[in-house]
Design a protein around this ligand. Structure first.
Ligand code: NDP
Length: 325
Protein backbone atom coordinates (compact mmCIF):
# COMPACT_ATOMS: atom_id res chain seq x y z
CA UNK A 1 0.00 0.00 0.00
CA UNK A 2 1.01 3.63 -0.47
CA UNK A 3 -0.18 6.97 0.86
CA UNK A 4 -1.94 9.65 -1.14
CA UNK A 5 -4.12 12.71 -0.64
CA UNK A 6 -7.59 12.55 -2.17
CA UNK A 7 -10.90 14.37 -1.88
CA UNK A 8 -14.47 13.09 -2.35
CA UNK A 9 -16.18 16.51 -2.36
CA UNK A 10 -15.06 20.06 -3.11
CA UNK A 11 -14.65 22.57 -0.29
CA UNK A 12 -12.17 23.83 2.29
CA UNK A 13 -8.90 22.09 3.14
CA UNK A 14 -10.82 19.77 5.52
CA UNK A 15 -12.04 17.77 2.47
CA UNK A 16 -8.51 16.48 1.89
CA UNK A 17 -8.03 12.91 3.14
CA UNK A 18 -4.75 11.08 3.67
CA UNK A 19 -5.48 7.52 2.58
CA UNK A 20 -3.86 4.18 1.73
CA UNK A 21 -4.11 3.04 -1.88
CA UNK A 22 -2.59 0.29 -3.99
CA UNK A 23 -0.36 2.01 -6.55
CA UNK A 24 -1.75 1.41 -10.06
CA UNK A 25 0.37 -0.22 -12.73
CA UNK A 26 1.21 2.05 -15.67
CA UNK A 27 -0.87 1.37 -18.81
CA UNK A 28 0.55 1.58 -22.30
CA UNK A 29 2.29 4.93 -22.78
CA UNK A 30 2.40 5.66 -19.05
CA UNK A 31 5.00 5.56 -16.30
CA UNK A 32 4.80 5.32 -12.54
CA UNK A 33 6.95 7.79 -10.61
CA UNK A 34 7.97 7.27 -6.98
CA UNK A 35 7.75 10.87 -5.81
CA UNK A 36 10.59 12.26 -3.72
CA UNK A 37 9.01 15.72 -3.58
CA UNK A 38 5.69 17.17 -4.70
CA UNK A 39 5.02 20.76 -5.75
CA UNK A 40 2.27 22.83 -4.08
CA UNK A 41 0.47 25.21 -6.44
CA UNK A 42 -2.44 27.59 -6.31
CA UNK A 43 -4.15 25.62 -9.06
CA UNK A 44 -4.46 22.70 -6.58
CA UNK A 45 -6.67 24.98 -4.47
CA UNK A 46 -8.80 25.90 -7.51
CA UNK A 47 -9.50 22.17 -8.06
CA UNK A 48 -10.14 21.50 -4.37
CA UNK A 49 -12.65 24.35 -4.05
CA UNK A 50 -14.38 23.47 -7.32
CA UNK A 51 -13.40 26.72 -9.12
CA UNK A 52 -11.88 24.44 -11.76
CA UNK A 53 -14.05 21.38 -12.50
CA UNK A 54 -12.62 18.04 -11.32
CA UNK A 55 -12.92 15.16 -13.82
CA UNK A 56 -14.53 12.85 -11.22
CA UNK A 57 -14.66 12.37 -7.43
CA UNK A 58 -13.06 10.99 -5.39
CA UNK A 59 -9.97 12.39 -7.02
CA UNK A 60 -6.28 12.72 -6.34
CA UNK A 61 -4.79 16.22 -6.38
CA UNK A 62 -1.66 17.95 -7.65
CA UNK A 63 0.12 17.98 -11.00
CA UNK A 64 3.77 18.64 -10.09
CA UNK A 65 6.38 16.33 -8.67
CA UNK A 66 9.82 14.81 -9.01
CA UNK A 67 11.36 11.46 -8.15
CA UNK A 68 12.38 8.20 -9.73
CA UNK A 69 10.70 6.12 -12.46
CA UNK A 70 9.48 3.01 -10.72
CA UNK A 71 7.58 1.18 -13.51
CA UNK A 72 7.25 1.72 -17.25
CA UNK A 73 4.24 0.87 -19.44
CA UNK A 74 4.41 -0.62 -22.93
CA UNK A 75 5.58 1.56 -25.77
CA UNK A 76 7.57 4.02 -23.67
CA UNK A 77 11.04 4.46 -25.13
CA UNK A 78 12.45 7.66 -23.62
CA UNK A 79 12.24 6.55 -19.94
CA UNK A 80 13.41 3.54 -17.98
CA UNK A 81 13.19 2.34 -14.40
CA UNK A 82 15.55 4.31 -12.17
CA UNK A 83 15.55 7.53 -14.21
CA UNK A 84 15.39 10.72 -12.14
CA UNK A 85 12.46 12.67 -13.51
CA UNK A 86 10.01 15.52 -13.00
CA UNK A 87 6.60 16.57 -14.35
CA UNK A 88 4.21 19.51 -14.14
CA UNK A 89 1.22 18.43 -16.25
CA UNK A 90 -1.14 15.50 -16.61
CA UNK A 91 -3.88 13.95 -14.50
CA UNK A 92 -4.47 15.04 -10.89
CA UNK A 93 -2.73 12.81 -8.36
CA UNK A 94 0.78 14.13 -7.73
CA UNK A 95 0.01 14.43 -3.99
CA UNK A 96 1.08 10.86 -3.26
CA UNK A 97 3.98 8.52 -2.77
CA UNK A 98 3.44 7.31 -6.35
CA UNK A 99 1.90 8.94 -9.42
CA UNK A 100 0.99 7.26 -12.72
CA UNK A 101 0.87 9.57 -15.73
CA UNK A 102 1.48 9.73 -19.49
CA UNK A 103 5.20 9.34 -20.19
CA UNK A 104 5.15 12.25 -22.63
CA UNK A 105 4.53 14.61 -19.70
CA UNK A 106 7.64 13.36 -17.88
CA UNK A 107 11.19 14.65 -18.43
CA UNK A 108 14.55 13.36 -17.26
CA UNK A 109 16.28 15.72 -14.83
CA UNK A 110 19.85 16.94 -15.31
CA UNK A 111 22.10 15.57 -12.52
CA UNK A 112 22.58 19.00 -10.98
CA UNK A 113 18.86 19.53 -10.31
CA UNK A 114 17.61 17.80 -7.17
CA UNK A 115 14.09 16.39 -6.83
CA UNK A 116 13.23 19.09 -4.29
CA UNK A 117 14.34 21.87 -6.64
CA UNK A 118 12.48 20.28 -9.55
CA UNK A 119 9.27 19.85 -7.56
CA UNK A 120 9.55 23.48 -6.50
CA UNK A 121 10.17 24.85 -9.98
CA UNK A 122 8.78 22.73 -12.83
CA UNK A 123 5.28 24.17 -12.94
CA UNK A 124 6.24 27.62 -11.71
CA UNK A 125 9.42 27.88 -13.80
CA UNK A 126 7.79 26.63 -17.01
CA UNK A 127 5.05 29.18 -16.38
CA UNK A 128 7.61 31.98 -16.12
CA UNK A 129 9.31 30.60 -19.25
CA UNK A 130 6.19 30.95 -21.38
CA UNK A 131 5.11 34.24 -19.78
CA UNK A 132 8.42 36.06 -20.31
CA UNK A 133 9.69 34.26 -23.41
CA UNK A 134 6.57 33.40 -25.40
CA UNK A 135 3.33 35.17 -24.35
CA UNK A 136 5.20 38.41 -24.97
CA UNK A 137 8.84 37.71 -25.89
CA UNK A 138 10.77 40.28 -23.87
CA UNK A 139 14.12 41.50 -25.17
CA UNK A 140 15.41 43.57 -22.26
CA UNK A 141 14.74 47.20 -21.42
CA UNK A 142 10.99 46.75 -20.92
CA UNK A 143 9.24 47.70 -17.67
CA UNK A 144 6.72 45.17 -16.39
CA UNK A 145 4.42 44.93 -13.38
CA UNK A 146 4.25 41.58 -11.58
CA UNK A 147 1.72 40.91 -8.82
CA UNK A 148 2.58 38.51 -5.96
CA UNK A 149 6.29 39.05 -6.63
CA UNK A 150 7.41 37.20 -3.48
CA UNK A 151 5.34 34.09 -4.23
CA UNK A 152 6.37 30.87 -5.95
CA UNK A 153 5.95 31.97 -9.56
CA UNK A 154 6.88 35.55 -8.63
CA UNK A 155 10.23 34.66 -7.06
CA UNK A 156 11.33 32.89 -10.23
CA UNK A 157 9.96 35.72 -12.40
CA UNK A 158 11.99 38.36 -10.50
CA UNK A 159 15.22 36.48 -11.18
CA UNK A 160 14.42 35.61 -14.80
CA UNK A 161 13.41 39.21 -15.57
CA UNK A 162 16.66 40.48 -14.06
CA UNK A 163 18.61 38.04 -16.23
CA UNK A 164 16.81 39.37 -19.31
CA UNK A 165 17.48 43.00 -18.39
CA UNK A 166 13.78 43.65 -17.79
CA UNK A 167 12.74 46.09 -15.06
CA UNK A 168 10.22 44.20 -12.92
CA UNK A 169 8.06 46.19 -10.53
CA UNK A 170 6.68 43.69 -8.03
CA UNK A 171 3.63 44.10 -5.82
CA UNK A 172 3.71 42.56 -2.34
CA UNK A 173 1.73 42.73 0.91
CA UNK A 174 4.51 43.29 3.48
CA UNK A 175 7.98 44.80 3.95
CA UNK A 176 9.45 41.27 4.36
CA UNK A 177 8.00 40.20 1.02
CA UNK A 178 9.31 43.42 -0.56
CA UNK A 179 12.80 42.62 0.68
CA UNK A 180 12.62 39.11 -0.72
CA UNK A 181 11.43 40.31 -4.13
CA UNK A 182 14.23 42.89 -4.21
CA UNK A 183 16.80 40.26 -3.28
CA UNK A 184 15.50 38.17 -6.18
CA UNK A 185 16.07 40.99 -8.62
CA UNK A 186 12.88 43.04 -8.67
CA UNK A 187 13.82 46.52 -9.93
CA UNK A 188 11.26 48.07 -7.55
CA UNK A 189 8.49 46.88 -5.25
CA UNK A 190 5.12 48.31 -4.22
CA UNK A 191 3.49 47.33 -0.95
CA UNK A 192 -0.14 47.48 -2.06
CA UNK A 193 -1.37 47.47 1.55
CA UNK A 194 0.21 50.90 2.09
CA UNK A 195 0.74 52.43 -1.35
CA UNK A 196 -1.45 53.28 -4.35
CA UNK A 197 -0.22 50.90 -7.05
CA UNK A 198 -1.14 53.04 -10.06
CA UNK A 199 0.39 56.19 -8.58
CA UNK A 200 3.60 54.39 -7.61
CA UNK A 201 3.90 52.88 -11.08
CA UNK A 202 3.44 56.36 -12.54
CA UNK A 203 6.23 57.74 -10.32
CA UNK A 204 8.59 54.85 -10.92
CA UNK A 205 8.16 55.02 -14.71
CA UNK A 206 8.15 58.85 -14.94
CA UNK A 207 4.60 58.67 -16.21
CA UNK A 208 5.32 56.17 -18.98
CA UNK A 209 3.64 53.17 -17.29
CA UNK A 210 4.31 49.48 -18.09
CA UNK A 211 4.89 47.50 -21.27
CA UNK A 212 3.26 44.35 -19.82
CA UNK A 213 1.33 43.59 -16.64
CA UNK A 214 1.36 40.01 -15.30
CA UNK A 215 -1.65 39.52 -13.05
CA UNK A 216 -2.30 36.25 -11.21
CA UNK A 217 -4.44 37.84 -8.50
CA UNK A 218 -7.47 38.25 -10.78
CA UNK A 219 -10.67 39.85 -9.53
CA UNK A 220 -9.15 42.31 -7.01
CA UNK A 221 -6.46 43.72 -9.31
CA UNK A 222 -7.99 43.64 -12.82
CA UNK A 223 -8.78 47.35 -13.15
CA UNK A 224 -5.64 48.49 -11.31
CA UNK A 225 -3.58 46.36 -13.66
CA UNK A 226 -5.16 47.90 -16.76
CA UNK A 227 -4.46 51.36 -15.32
CA UNK A 228 -0.74 50.52 -15.03
CA UNK A 229 -0.34 49.88 -18.77
CA UNK A 230 0.89 52.07 -21.63
CA UNK A 231 -1.47 52.52 -24.55
CA UNK A 232 -1.57 49.52 -26.91
CA UNK A 233 0.30 47.28 -24.45
CA UNK A 234 -0.43 43.82 -23.06
CA UNK A 235 -2.34 42.61 -20.02
CA UNK A 236 -1.50 39.00 -19.12
CA UNK A 237 -4.12 37.65 -16.75
CA UNK A 238 -2.87 34.25 -15.65
CA UNK A 239 -4.47 33.40 -12.30
CA UNK A 240 -7.32 33.85 -9.82
CA UNK A 241 -5.80 34.06 -6.33
CA UNK A 242 -8.54 36.53 -5.29
CA UNK A 243 -11.21 35.02 -7.55
CA UNK A 244 -11.74 34.96 -11.31
CA UNK A 245 -12.17 38.04 -13.49
CA UNK A 246 -15.75 37.87 -14.71
CA UNK A 247 -18.30 39.98 -16.55
CA UNK A 248 -15.76 42.08 -18.46
CA UNK A 249 -17.10 44.56 -20.96
CA UNK A 250 -14.46 44.51 -23.72
CA UNK A 251 -15.01 48.25 -24.15
CA UNK A 252 -12.77 48.74 -21.11
CA UNK A 253 -9.77 47.82 -23.27
CA UNK A 254 -10.66 50.71 -25.57
CA UNK A 255 -11.17 53.14 -22.65
CA UNK A 256 -7.84 52.23 -21.05
CA UNK A 257 -5.82 52.81 -24.23
CA UNK A 258 -6.50 50.21 -26.96
CA UNK A 259 -5.05 47.45 -24.80
CA UNK A 260 -4.44 43.78 -25.62
CA UNK A 261 -5.32 41.03 -23.15
CA UNK A 262 -4.45 37.33 -22.96
CA UNK A 263 -5.51 34.61 -20.50
CA UNK A 264 -2.87 31.90 -20.98
CA UNK A 265 -2.11 28.58 -19.26
CA UNK A 266 0.87 26.25 -19.09
CA UNK A 267 -1.08 23.51 -20.87
CA UNK A 268 -1.79 25.88 -23.74
CA UNK A 269 1.94 26.55 -24.24
CA UNK A 270 3.44 23.13 -23.37
CA UNK A 271 0.90 21.37 -25.62
CA UNK A 272 3.29 18.99 -27.41
CA UNK A 273 6.33 16.94 -26.43
CA UNK A 274 8.55 19.19 -28.58
CA UNK A 275 7.28 22.35 -26.91
CA UNK A 276 7.59 20.83 -23.41
CA UNK A 277 11.21 19.81 -24.12
CA UNK A 278 12.05 23.24 -25.55
CA UNK A 279 10.62 24.97 -22.48
CA UNK A 280 12.38 22.56 -20.08
CA UNK A 281 15.72 23.17 -21.84
CA UNK A 282 15.29 26.90 -21.28
CA UNK A 283 14.29 26.41 -17.62
CA UNK A 284 17.06 23.90 -16.89
CA UNK A 285 19.60 26.27 -18.53
CA UNK A 286 18.45 29.09 -16.25
CA UNK A 287 18.71 26.83 -13.19
CA UNK A 288 22.02 25.31 -14.30
CA UNK A 289 23.60 28.73 -14.94
CA UNK A 290 22.56 29.96 -11.49
CA UNK A 291 20.66 32.90 -13.04
CA UNK A 292 17.58 31.47 -11.35
CA UNK A 293 17.79 29.72 -7.99
CA UNK A 294 14.73 28.18 -6.43
CA UNK A 295 13.72 29.45 -3.04
CA UNK A 296 11.91 26.70 -1.12
CA UNK A 297 10.26 28.78 1.57
CA UNK A 298 8.25 25.94 3.14
CA UNK A 299 8.37 22.16 3.37
CA UNK A 300 5.36 20.18 4.66
CA UNK A 301 4.82 16.47 5.16
CA UNK A 302 2.43 15.09 2.52
CA UNK A 303 -0.05 14.31 5.30
CA UNK A 304 -0.20 18.05 6.04
CA UNK A 305 -1.20 19.07 2.50
CA UNK A 306 -4.30 20.83 3.89
CA UNK A 307 -2.18 22.97 6.21
CA UNK A 308 0.15 23.77 3.33
CA UNK A 309 -2.77 24.85 1.13
CA UNK A 310 -4.19 27.03 3.92
CA UNK A 311 -0.81 28.73 4.30
CA UNK A 312 -0.65 29.37 0.54
CA UNK A 313 -4.22 30.69 0.32
CA UNK A 314 -3.65 32.78 3.48
CA UNK A 315 -0.63 34.60 1.90
CA UNK A 316 1.63 33.15 4.61
CA UNK A 317 4.12 31.55 2.23
CA UNK A 318 7.02 32.98 0.27
CA UNK A 319 8.82 31.37 -2.66
CA UNK A 320 7.88 27.76 -3.45
CA UNK A 321 6.32 25.19 -1.16
CA UNK A 322 6.89 21.44 -1.42
CA UNK A 323 5.24 18.40 0.14
CA UNK A 324 7.42 15.50 1.23
CA UNK A 325 5.94 11.98 0.94
P1 NDP B 1 1.96 32.29 -4.75
O1 NDP B 1 3.07 31.70 -3.98
O2 NDP B 1 2.27 33.43 -5.65
O3 NDP B 1 0.83 32.69 -3.73
C1 NDP B 1 -0.18 33.56 -4.08
C2 NDP B 1 0.13 35.01 -3.67
O4 NDP B 1 -0.84 35.86 -4.28
C3 NDP B 1 0.02 35.27 -2.18
O5 NDP B 1 1.17 34.96 -1.47
C4 NDP B 1 -0.28 36.76 -2.15
O6 NDP B 1 0.93 37.51 -2.18
C5 NDP B 1 -0.99 37.02 -3.48
N1 NDP B 1 -2.42 37.30 -3.29
C6 NDP B 1 -3.02 38.45 -3.60
N2 NDP B 1 -4.31 38.41 -3.31
C7 NDP B 1 -4.56 37.20 -2.79
C8 NDP B 1 -5.73 36.57 -2.26
N3 NDP B 1 -6.92 37.19 -2.26
N4 NDP B 1 -5.61 35.32 -1.78
C9 NDP B 1 -4.44 34.69 -1.78
N5 NDP B 1 -3.30 35.23 -2.27
C10 NDP B 1 -3.35 36.48 -2.76
O7 NDP B 1 1.23 31.13 -5.58
P2 NDP B 1 1.78 30.32 -6.85
O8 NDP B 1 3.17 30.71 -7.13
O9 NDP B 1 1.42 28.90 -6.68
O10 NDP B 1 0.84 30.87 -8.01
C11 NDP B 1 0.80 32.26 -8.30
C12 NDP B 1 -0.35 32.52 -9.24
O11 NDP B 1 0.00 32.10 -10.54
C13 NDP B 1 -1.67 31.84 -8.88
O12 NDP B 1 -2.73 32.73 -9.12
C14 NDP B 1 -1.73 30.71 -9.87
O13 NDP B 1 -3.03 30.31 -10.17
C15 NDP B 1 -1.06 31.33 -11.08
N6 NDP B 1 -0.50 30.34 -12.00
C16 NDP B 1 -0.98 30.32 -13.28
C17 NDP B 1 -0.46 29.45 -14.20
C18 NDP B 1 -0.90 29.51 -15.61
O14 NDP B 1 -0.30 28.87 -16.46
N7 NDP B 1 -1.94 30.25 -15.94
C19 NDP B 1 0.53 28.45 -13.81
C20 NDP B 1 1.02 28.59 -12.45
C21 NDP B 1 0.48 29.49 -11.58
P3 NDP B 1 0.96 38.93 -1.39
O15 NDP B 1 0.81 38.58 0.06
O16 NDP B 1 2.26 39.54 -1.70
O17 NDP B 1 -0.22 39.70 -1.93
Amino acid sequence: MAKRIQFARTGGSEVLEFVDVTPADPASGEVRVRNEAVGLNFIDIYFRTGLYPVPGLPSGLGTEGAGVVDAVGEGVSHLKEGDRVAYAQGPLGAYGEFHVLPADKVVVLPNAITSETAAASMLKGLTVQYLLRQACPLEGGETILWHAAAGGVGSIACQWARALGVKLIGTVSSPEKAELAKANGAWATIDYTREDVVERVRELTNGEMCDVVYDSVGKDTWVTSLDCLKSRSLMVSFGNASGPVEGVNLGILNQKGSLFVTRPSLNGYADSRERLEMMCRDLFDMLGSGKVTVDIGQRFALADAGKAQDALAGRKTTGSTILLP
